[in-house]
Write a protein that binds this ligand. Structure first.
Ligand SMILES: NC(=O)c1ccc[n+]([C@@H]2O[C@H](COP(=O)([O-])OP(=O)(O)OC[C@H]3O[C@@H](n4cnc5c(N)ncnc54)[C@H](OP(=O)(O)O)[C@@H]3O)[C@@H](O)[C@H]2O)c1
Length: 336
C-alpha cells in the first residue's frame, strides 16, 4: 500500500521533550512533516517544537501525561483539530527505575507500568480511533531490547517492555485482519546515549548508566522515520541489541550465565557518577532538556549497524552464535 509521503504526514510523538523522541521529532521536521510533540515538561517541549520548526517542519506542543487516558485522548483530538488527521503515532514516552526488587517500592513499580506499558496501550488505542475512519496509518511502539531479554536491577522496566511486545503482537494481528491499512511496528533500541539515565530513579547509590556499547539517538530516530514510510513488523536498532536477542533465542540459560559472570549484568549498569536525587518518575523533567546524554563511548553508529541487524538475520545469528560460543568458553575457563 502506498504510504503518505513524509512531508504530507501528521506525526504524533510521545516523550518528545527529550532523547529519542525529541531527536525523532526533529528528523520528521527535516522532512517537512507536521509534528505534534507530547510530554509533561512544557519548557522542554517548547524548545523541542522550535527545533522541529528550525528543521523545516510544523510543530504543535501538547503537554500530556501518557499514564492518563483522558490526556492521551485529548492529545489525539488536539492533533486532529490542528492538522486534520493523524498519519503516524509514535509511542515513545518512558521512565526508568533502577534497584533490586527488594529496594523498589510498590508505588514505583506501579508508576513504571503506568507510563511504559499503559501509556503505550493508551496511545495505540487513541491513534487507532483516529486512523480507523481513513483506514490507514502507522503506529510505532518503542520498546527495547529488554522487551525480549531482561537484565537485573530493572525488573519493572523489563516487565513493562515485555508487555509492550506482547500487546503489540496481539493488536497487530487484529489490525492485519480487520484494518490492513493500519500497521503496528515495534522498535527495539539497544543502549542509547540519552538523558534517560539522568532522569531515572536510582536505588543504586549512584547514577545508572547504559550497558555498553552505547549508540546515539539519531540511529533510532532514522529507524522510526523509515518505519513511518515503509513499516516493517519490527526493527532492532543497534547491533548489540540483535546479538542479545539472538543469544536469547539460542540459549537463555547461557545469557543468564553471561550476565551473572562476576556480577557483570549489575556492574555494567552502575556508573561512577553520584546520583543527584532528581528523576522524572512521578513529576516531569525540569529545564530545557536535550536529545543526547553524555555517555558516548565511541560505539559505531549509523544506518549500517541498524541495517545489518534488521535485514541480515542469518548473518547476525551466526555472529551471535560465535559470540555466545566465545562467552561459553570464557565461562568454562573461568570455572577452572
Ligand atoms: N536510552 C536508552 O538506552 C533506551 C534503550 C531502549 C529503549 N529506550 C526507550 O526509548 C524511549 C525514549 O527514552 P529516552 O532514552 O529518549 O529517554 P528520555 O530522554 O528520558 O526521554 C523520555 C521521554 O518520556 C517523557 N515522559 C516520561 N514520563 C512521561 C509521562 N508520564 N507522560 C508523558 N511523557 C513522559 C519524558 O518527558 P517529561 O519528563 O517531560 O514528561 C521524555 O520526553 C523510552 O520508551 C525508553 O524506554 C531507551
Amino acid at each position: 500500500m502506498r504510504r503518505t509521503p513524509l512531508h504530507e504526514q501528521t506525526v504524533v510523538i510521545t516523550g518528545a521533550s527529550s532523547g529519542i523522541g525529541r531527536q525523532t521529532a526533529a528528523h520528521f521536521g527535516h522532512f517537512g512533516a507536521r509534528v505534534v510533540l507530547a510530554a509533561r515538561n512544557p519548557e522542554a517541549l517548547a524548545v523541542a517544537a522550535r527545533e522541529v520548526e528550525d528543521a523545516g517542519g510544523t510543530a504543535l506542543a501538547v503537554p500530556t501525561d501518557v499514564s492518563d487516558w483522558e490526556q492521551v485522548a485529548a492529545l489525539a483530538d488536539a492533533a486532529e483539530r490542528e492538522f486534520g488527521r493523524i498519519d503516524t503515532w509514535v509511542n515513545n514516552a518512558g521512565v526508568a527505575l533502577y534497584g533490586t526488587i527488594a529496594q523498589v517500592t510498590p508505588e514505583e513499580i506501579r508508576r513504571v507500568i503506568e507510563v511504559n506499558l499503559l501509556g503505550e496501550m493508551y496511545g495505540t488505542k487513541a491513534a487507532f480511533t483516529h486512523m480507523r475512519p481513513y483506514g490507514e496509518g502507522v503506529i510505532i511502539n518503542v520498546s527495547s531490547a529488554l522487551a525480549r531479554r531482561s537484565v537485573p536491577l530493572q525488573s519493572a522496566y523489563c516487565a513493562a517492555k515485555h508487555g509492550v511486545s506482547g500487546f503489540s503482537e496481539s493488536v497487530r494481528l487484529e489490525l492485519k485482519r480487520h484494518h490492513p491499512g493500519i500497521s503496528l511496528v515495534e522498535i527495539m533500541p539497544a543502549s542509547i546515549n540519552t538523558p534517560l539515565f539522568a532522569h531515572a530513579r536510582s536505588r543504586l547509590g549512584a547514577m545508572p548508566m547504559p550497558i555498553p556499547p552505547i549508540y546515539e539517538p539519531e540511529m533510532v530516530a532514522r529507524a522510526i522515520v523509515r518505519a513511518a514510510e515503509r513499516p516493517p513488523r519490527e526493527a532492532v536498532a543497534g547491533r548489540s541489541a540483535r546479538l542479545l536477542l539472538n543469544g536469547q533465542t539460542l540459549s537463555a540459560r547461557l545469557v543468564d550465565r553471561y550476565l551473572l559472570f562476576a556480577g557483570k549484568g549489575e556492574r555494567d549498569q552502575h556508573s561512577r557518577r553520584p546520583d543527584d536525587g532528581t528523576d522524572n518518575l512521578f513529576a516531569p523533567s525540569a529545564g530545557p532538556g536535550s536529545t543526547h546524554g553524555d555517555w558516548n563511548d565511541g560505539a559505531p553508529n549509523g544506518t549500517a549497524t541498524t541495517r545489518l541487524a534488521v535485514s541480515r538475520p542469518a548473518r547476525t545469528a551466526a555472529l551471535a552464535a560465535a559470540v555466545m560460543g566465545g562467552g561459553a568458553l570464557l565461562l568454562r575457563r573461568g570455572r577452572h
